[in-house]
Ligand binder design. Structure first.
Ligand SMILES: NC(=O)c1ccc[n+]([C@@H]2O[C@H](COP(=O)([O-])OP(=O)(O)OC[C@H]3O[C@@H](n4cnc5c(N)ncnc54)[C@H](OP(=O)(O)O)[C@@H]3O)[C@@H](O)[C@H]2O)c1
Length: 272
């Protein structure tokens, strides 16, 4: 089974560099999908309240027979639940659906600047961390100004910022900012939701005898980024973790760089 490297977070625990994401996995399918992921060797699962599949993820965890300490479970607070008291209530509900005593990583799903509640939300996250109910707290979709404000006004530096990141949105500037502040960059839509047909990706894949998805995921690994690809297809679930026996060379990395046009697939965090 693949040995997935880990990255130690600024708040202590180590996150597997490759995890399994369950956005758009039907709630009724989540149990089966996560069970397949465990069988393939994934130990990190990324869900969220808004995916409506925390219960299925929890059922798979309960049936897996895996020791809780081997797993790294992430969930996220939805925008409507931002605010101090509402965050604490939403967290209790997520934990109940997952059937767990703690989560490894809890993320503010979006900054939602129009609501301006992420500082109060973060103070509730700090309480959950102090109470031992989450091992690490982080954010998602935060820009540099959002992070700067959070770090100026609050005591805890986020462990992780989970953002849209794939070859056409390489997020060089944000990733460099994260490195300076000890924040781990986690890529959502790491496979650009399956858009893998750019010519350089195809030719690098042919050169190494690998698939386009493996090339893109390997690119994330070599940049020191955590990636959480989603698939409900058994062969792809296995393909996406078979990454640790080959490497991209300098020429490959230079070719990947030409794909970075700054094009987003998902919403802009400033306005969403
Ligand atoms: N924080 C946020 O705001 C946010 C936003 C979006 C996503 N996320 C997280 O990031 C995770 C991943 O992002 P994502 O689901 O948007 O996109 P993704 O992982 O980039 O791509 C998933 C798509 O690619 C296909 N695919 C997977 N492996 C493949 C392979 N080896 N070859 C060809 N196609 C392949 C999947 O199809 P099949 O499933 O049909 O195989 C699916 O259509 C989510 O599940 C979620 O956990 C977070």
């Amino acid at each position: 089974m693949a040995h997935v490297p880990t990255i130690t977070l600024n708040q202590g625990p180590a996150i597997p560099q490759l995890g399994y994401g369950v956005f758009k996995v039907d709630p009724a399918e989540a149990d089966r999908a996560v069970t397949m992921a465990f069988e393939a060797g994934y130990r990190s699962i990324d869900t969220a309240m808004i995916y409506r599949n925390e219960k299925g993820v929890g059922d798979a965890i309960a049936r897996s027979g895996l020791d809780r300490s081997e797993l790294f479970i992430t969930t996220k607070l939805w925008n409507d639940d931002q605010g101090y008291d509402s965050t604490l209530r939403a967290f209790d509900a997520s934990l109940g659906r997952l059937g767990l005593d703690y989560v490894d990583l809890y993320l503010i799903h979006w900054p939602k600047p129009s609501q301006d509640r992420y500082l109060d939300t973060w103070r509730a996250f700090e309480k959950l961390k102090a109470d031992g109910r989450v091992r690490a707290i982080g954010v998602s979709n935060f820009t540099i100004p959002h992070l700067e404000r959070l770090m100026k006004e609050c005591a805890t530096v986020p462990a992780v910022n989970q953002v849209e990141l794939h070859p056409s949105l390489a997020q060089e500037e944000l990733h460099a900012f994260h490195i300076r502040h000890g924040i781990v960059t986690e890529a959502w839509s790491p496979l650009a939701q399956g858009e893998l047909d750019a010519a350089p990706i195809k030719s690098i894949a042919d050169k190494h005898g690998r698939t386009p998805a493996q090339v893109v995921l390997r690119w994330h690994m070599q940049r020191g980024i955590v990636a959480i690809p989603k698939s409900v297809t058994p062969s792809r679930i296995r393909e996406n973790i078979a990454l640790f026996d080959f490497a991209l060379d300098e020429e490959d990395l230079a070719a990947m760089k030409t794909l970075d046009t700054g094009r987003r697939i998902g919403p802009d965090p400033e306005t969403f």
